[in-house]
Ligand binder design. Structure first.
Ligand code: RUB
Length: 331
C-alpha cells in the first residue's frame, strides 16, 4: 500500500467537498496533484514512482464520479508517463515527464477555455437576453469576452439549488459589469419565452451527443426547446467521454441529503427520504450546438471528437481508472 501525502489528500478532499468545483478546475487540480506526487516523492525506482502516481490517481478518481474531465486529465498525464517508462528513461526523466505532462494539461485547459470564450462570443448579439444554469468557467469566458467586445446583453442566472452555484455566476458577472438577474430554478419556464439564448457548461459529453451537466440543465433545455430558444453547450474536448464509446454510461453523482435538508430537520421527518442527484443528462435533440476549443459542432458530431481526441488510447488505458476503483474494492 503506497503512502499518500497530506497535500494530495487535501487536494482530493477539496474536490470532494466542492471547495474546488466545476469540471475544468477539477481536471487541472487532478493534473497538479500528479505533478506534486512526483515532486514530493522519495522513491528510488521508476516502477515505484509509477505506483505512487497510481495511488494518487486512485484517490482522485474516487472524489467525484461525473466530471469526465477528471479521468481524462489523469489519462493524459499517465499516458505520457507510460510512454516515458517504455523508453526506459531513468527516475529523474520520468519525474520530469510527469511534471511536463501535468503542466501541458493545465496550460491547454486554460487555452481551451479562452478559445471557447472567443468562439462562443461570436454567437452573442447586441440586445441578447441569455439564460444560464450553475457556474461554468467556459460560459463565463464566453460572456466576458462578448462583453469586452462591447456587446450589450443581459444574463439570467438560475440559482442552482441545493449548492447555489448560480449565485456565484451572478456575483462574477455583475462584478464584471454585466447586467444579471438571479432567478429561482423553478422560474426558468416563467422567463424562458423572453430569452434569446441559453448557454450552459458540461461535465461530460457522451458519444451520442448527450450532455451531462448540473441537475436542472435538462429542464432548462426542455423548456428552451418548447420556447424555440437556441440551447448552446460550452465544453472543452477533454470533457468528451471515451468510455461512452464502449457503451459505459456516465455515472451521476448522488450527494449527501444534508445539502438539501440539514440533518437535525430531517430527523423531524422520519418517513422522508431525500434524493440529491448532482447532475442530469440532456439528450442531443435538445441541444443546438456544442462550442469546443476546436470549433462549433452539432451534438451528433461528438463521436468524431472522441475518436480524434482519444483514438490513440488503448482499451486497456480506457478502462484503467475503473480498474483502479475495482482493485480498491477488493478485500
Ligand atoms: C458544475 C457544473 C458546471 C460544469 C462545467 O458542477 O455543472 O456547469 O462543471 O463547468 P459542480 P466548467 O458545481 O457540482 O462541480 O465550464 O467550469 O468546467
Amino acid at each position: 500500500m503506497m503512502k499518500i501525502s497530506q497535500k494530495i489528500k487535501d487536494i482530493a478532499q477539496d474536490i470532494k467537498t466542492m471547495k474546488v468545483r466545476g469540471a475544468g478546475k477539477i481536471a487541472s487540480s487532478a493534473a497538479k496533484a500528479l505533478s506534486i506526487t512526483v515532486q514530493e516523492s522519495k522513491v528510488k525506482s521508476s516502477d515505484e514512482l509509477v505506483m505512487e502516481l497510481e495511488a494518487t490517481a486512485k484517490l482522485l478518481l474516487k472524489t467525484r464520479p461525473t466530471a469526465v474531465s477528471l479521468p481524462n486529465a489523469i489519462r493524459y498525464v499517465m499516458h505520457r508517463v507510460r510512454e516515458a517508462q517504455e523508453r526506459n528513461c531513468g527516475l529523474e526523466d520520468l519525474r520530469q515527464a510527469t511534471i511536463e505532462a501535468a503542466s501541458a494539461f493545465i496550460l491547454n485547459s486554460a487555452k481551451a477555455i479562452k478559445r471557447i470564450g472567443e468562439i462562443g462570443a461570436r454567437r452573442i448579439e447586441d440586445g441578447d437576453c441569455i439564460i444560464t444554469h450553475c457556474n461554468s468557467a467556459t460560459v463565463t469566458a464566453v460572456l466576458k469576452t462578448a462583453f469586452n467586445q462591447g456587446k450589450s446583453f443581459k444574463v439570467f442566472a438560475s440559482e442552482t439549488r441545493p449548492r447555489f452555484q448560480g449565485r456565484l455566476t451572478a456575483e462574477t458577472l455583475s462584478a464584471f459589469g454585466i447586467p444579471t438577474t438571479l432567478i429561482v430554478d423553478s422560474a426558468i419556464r416563467f422567463f424562458m419565452a423572453k430569452m434569446d439564448k441559453a448557454v450552459v457548461g458540461a461535465d461530460a459529453v457522451t458519444a451520442n451527443g448527450a450532455v451531462v451537466n448540473k441537475i436542472g440543465t435538462s429542464i432548462m433545455a426542455l423548456v428552451a426547446h418548447e420556447s424555440q430558444v437556441p440551447f448552446f453547450v460550452t465544453a472543452e474536448t477533454y470533457k468528451f467521454s471515451p468510455e461512452t464509446l464502449l457503451g459505459q454510461p456516465v455515472k451521476i453523482e448522488e450527494r449527501d441529503s444534508s445539502e438539501v435538508v440539514p440533518l437535525e430537520e430531517l430527523r423531524k421527518m422520519p418517513n422522508v427520504t431525500i434524493k440529491n442527484p448532482a447532475f442530469d443528462i440532456t439528450p442531443p435533440e435538445y441541444i443546438d450546438l456544442i462550442i469546443t476549443e476546436r470549433g462549433i459542432i452539432p451534438p451528433q458530431a461528438a463521436v468524431m471528437i472522441i475518436k480524434e481526441e482519444f483514438g490513440s488510447i488503448t482499451t486497456k488505458e480506457l478502462w484503467e481508472h475503473q480498474t483502479y476503483l475495482i482493485r480498491d474494492e477488493e478485500p
